[in-house]
Design a protein around this ligand. Structure first.
Ligand code: GCV
Length: 691
């Protein structure tokens, strides 16, 4: 074939098989309008212009319908919430109108009806935390380099192409209700507060503003001495106090809607008030006072743990509970969902609900540091739903984490939720097509912390994958729903549990390969001499000839006592402790009888096996959906699933063979035999270190 006939053939193939190449860049915002809409809106502003443009671009309602956008105060509407009916969006603010428009379009695209209803956000601030460094790299980023920062060579220059990308980013966030972005890593650079860097922040903030996204920064607590020429950064020193006041003034001059600071202090080597003998409250309040006149807030992280502590999981509670009630009302304590560190499964951090006189906000991790990077398909909404619905019992039955943080129980001046972003320069933004669903889910749950993961998966799939040329009433759609939507939703909803099964079942945690600190792959054996013990897996699994698991009962580290009754007693007793947390709270003999009658060792093996089988099933199910999806995204996901299957097998083999050295029991004979040698896996690990 010559060149010309080659092209003709290719076009023919494309039309015949309807293979639209989709690279995922459009995220869940692919819908094109199917008719016109007559928009009535008395006001004009850049935010309202966006709302109108979105309607014109993606309207799928009745052709020629009239839609009124009304900005009018209504007491029943909270923050930037909205009132929605078939022909009107009403809100207190222009941003509320924009959110209402996105909701209306989402309903159209996902075939959901609209009754007269009010939708208010669960949290006032719904914030992405970017762990982006000023050199363009991203800590725990798996989707390319930063969309905000370059390598040093390009410095802080801003291009139109970048601005365009930030606009797309802002649009995606606004469409799911995210209204804040911390632009840089919590392990902040001291340069963040220099005038050159702040000029760039100004440029970014200008692009994000019309979409209602406030800009926040992570800054080094010791900035006054690092870049301000002061001898100290002691929060009670008058010069330091003045330095922060001046710096904050300088920021608000160029970013008038600046949101505030996110601070990692006295944590993992970061400077903090404790360096000067002061408390977290002293540090946070000093900065909060500087921000107060401008309406800014401090999000002060509670991610603290000491080397050599008996139990790292106890530390945040110990340090922060005595300070309850001592923080200013524009300080929010930002607490990770679990007491160790974003593990595949953890019980909730006991600070939730326990701090009653202080605003507390959850921090979730969207980027999959411990859940397979952007290699594995793991839908995190099920994990977040489990967390938000966890009952703390702090103010009686029903004091869920959601309710203790969203102002329903405690009168918090500010409410917020944060998610560590998984966004980078990769064409599809998140590295894995399905990792986009985690970004989406974070926004949707931040808006409504009662939403189920099932509903979120359903709407995300419909918007992200439904065939473009089909309209809701077309019969092919039901074909697509039956053969794509239902099975793929099932994969998503089972995916996190599968990851727990093949990596850290029954409450095991932090048993990752430690080499290179990647947090990918198993390393229960990893404990080189001289490494901090709480950075080695044996500290967490404590496997020995008598059994396995971390004793956090009152006879052990006592972590159970940080939970409110009845949880405390429930966790204390292995018979009542949910088995999903068994090895989190207990060191259990290998022949401990599980609820299903198996001994613990067998149960562990069967669970690892189950996890591997689950991913193999995802692989089979994915292959079946090929006719219902574009070729590019089909094969991208297919190839990632292959790698996930291999890596699940490595998890299973590595963990079972390693723990078998202590259990000294056979692997139950009806499960698949390991295919990797333990020595090989351990050496591969070591080999990596030498590379
Ligand atoms: C940004 C864990 C991660 C670090 C992260 C830290 C934090 O330790 O591995 O990369 O640092 O948490 O949340 O501050």
């Amino acid at each position: 074939m010559n060149m010309k006939s080659n092209i003709v053939f290719f076009i023919l193939i494309l039309t015949t098989f309807n293979l639209h190449a989709e690279d995922g860049h459009n995220l869940w915002l692919r819908a094109k309008s199917t008719g016109s809409v007559n928009i009535v809106c008395e006001r004009r502003s850049s935010t309202l212009d966006i709302a109108k443009q979105e309607l014109e671009q993606s309207w799928q309602g009745k052709d020629g319908a009239k839609l009124v956008l009304t900005v009018k105060k209504d007491k029943a509407i909270k923050y930037d919430g909205f009132k929605l009916s078939d022909n009107e969006v009403q809100a207190n603010t222009e941003l509320g109108i924009l959110y209402g428009v996105y909701e209306l379009l989402r309903r159209q695209q996902t075939g959901q009806t609209i009754q007269n209803e009010i939708s208010n956000p669960s949290y006032e601030r719904r914030v992405l935390n970017h762990w982006d460094n000023l050199d363009g790299s991203i800590e725990r980023g798996y989707a390319g380099r930063s969309i905000f920062w370059h390598d040093n060579e390009k410095g802080y220059a801003v291009t139109d192409k970048e601005k365009n990308l930030w606009k797309e980013y802002a649009r995606a966030n606004a469409s799911i209700g995210i209204n804040g972005a911390v632009l840089n890593n919590v392990n902040s650079s001291k340069l963040m507060l220099t005038p050159q860097c702040l000029e760039k922040v100004k440029a970014i903030a200008e692009v994000l503003r019309p979409y209602g996204i406030k800009t926040y920064l992570s800054v080094k607590f010791s900035s006054p001495s690092l870049i301000g020429g002061l001898k100290t950064s002691d929060p009670l020193n008058p010069e330091v106090i003045k330095w922060w006041k001046d710096k904050v003034k300088e920021i608000y001059k160029i970013v008038p809607d600046f949101g505030g600071f996110l601070i990692k202090a006295s944590s993992e080597g970061q400077p903090g008030p404790q360096d000067y003998g002061r408390s977290h409250a002293d540090g946070a309040n000093m900065m909060a006072d500087a921000l107060k006149p401008f309406g800014g807030i401090i999000m002060w992280r509670a991610f603290v743990y000491e080397a050599n502590s008996k139990d790292r999981a106890c530390q945040a509670y110990k340090e922060f509970m005595p300070l309850d009630g001592k923080f200013r009302d524009n300080v929010i304590i930002q607490v990770k969902n679990g007491p160790v560190d974003f593990q595949p499964r953890e019980p909730f951090t006991p600070l939730f609900g326990a701090m009653k006189k202080t605003s507390v906000m959850p921090e979730l991790q969207i980027t999959q540091e411990y859940l397979g990077h952007s290699i594995q398909l793991v839908f995190l909404a099920t994990m977040w739903e489990e967390f938000l619905k966890s009952d703390t019992y702090q103010e009686g039955v029903g004091s869920t984490v959601a309710r203790t943080t969203d102002g329903s129980i405690f009168p918090q001046k500010h409410t917020a939720i944060a998610g560590v972003a998984n966004i980078g320069l990769d064409t599809n933004w998140s590295g894995h097509h399905f990792a986009q669903a985690n970004w989406y889910a974070f926004g949707r749950m931040a808006w409504n912390n009662q939403l189920t993961s099932e509903k979120i998966a359903d709407e995300w799939l419909k918007q992200t994958f439904s065939p473009k040329e089909e309209k809701a009433e077309n019969s092919n759609v039901s074909d697509w729903q039956k053969n794509f939507l239902i099975p793929v939703k099932q994969i998503m909803l089972e995916s996190r549990e599968a990851a727990v099964h093949y990596s850290m079942p029954l409450g095991l945690h932090h048993i990752f390969a430690g080499i290179k600190n990647t947090h990918y792959g198993p390393g229960p054996w990893f404990a080189p001499k001289g490494t901090r013990i709480d950075w080695t897996p044996p500290y967490y699994h404590k496997a020995d000839s008598t059994g396995i698991g971390f004793d956090r009962t009152t006879k052990g580290s006592g972590a159970v006592s940080q939970y409110h009754e009845p949880l405390s007693s429930q966790f204390e007793n292995p018979a009542t402790c949910p088995e999903i947390y068994l090895l989190w709270f207990h060191h259990v003999p290998w022949d401990y009888k599980m609820k299903d009658g198996r001994i613990l060792w067998d149960e562990l093996c069967y669970t690892y096996e189950k996890g591997v089988n689950e991913v193999r099933q995802f692989q089979k199910d994915w292959d079946k959906i090929q006719p219902y999806i574009d070729a590019q995204r089909f094969s991208d996901v297919q190839s990632k699933l292959r790698r996930q299957c291999r890596d699940a097998q490595i998890w299973k083999d590595g963990c079972i063979l390693y723990f078998q050295q202590y259990s000294r029991r056979p692997i139950p004979f009806d499960i698949e035999r390991p295919v990797y040698d333990l020595n090989y896996l351990m050496k591969t690990d070591l080999y990596d270190i030498l590379k």
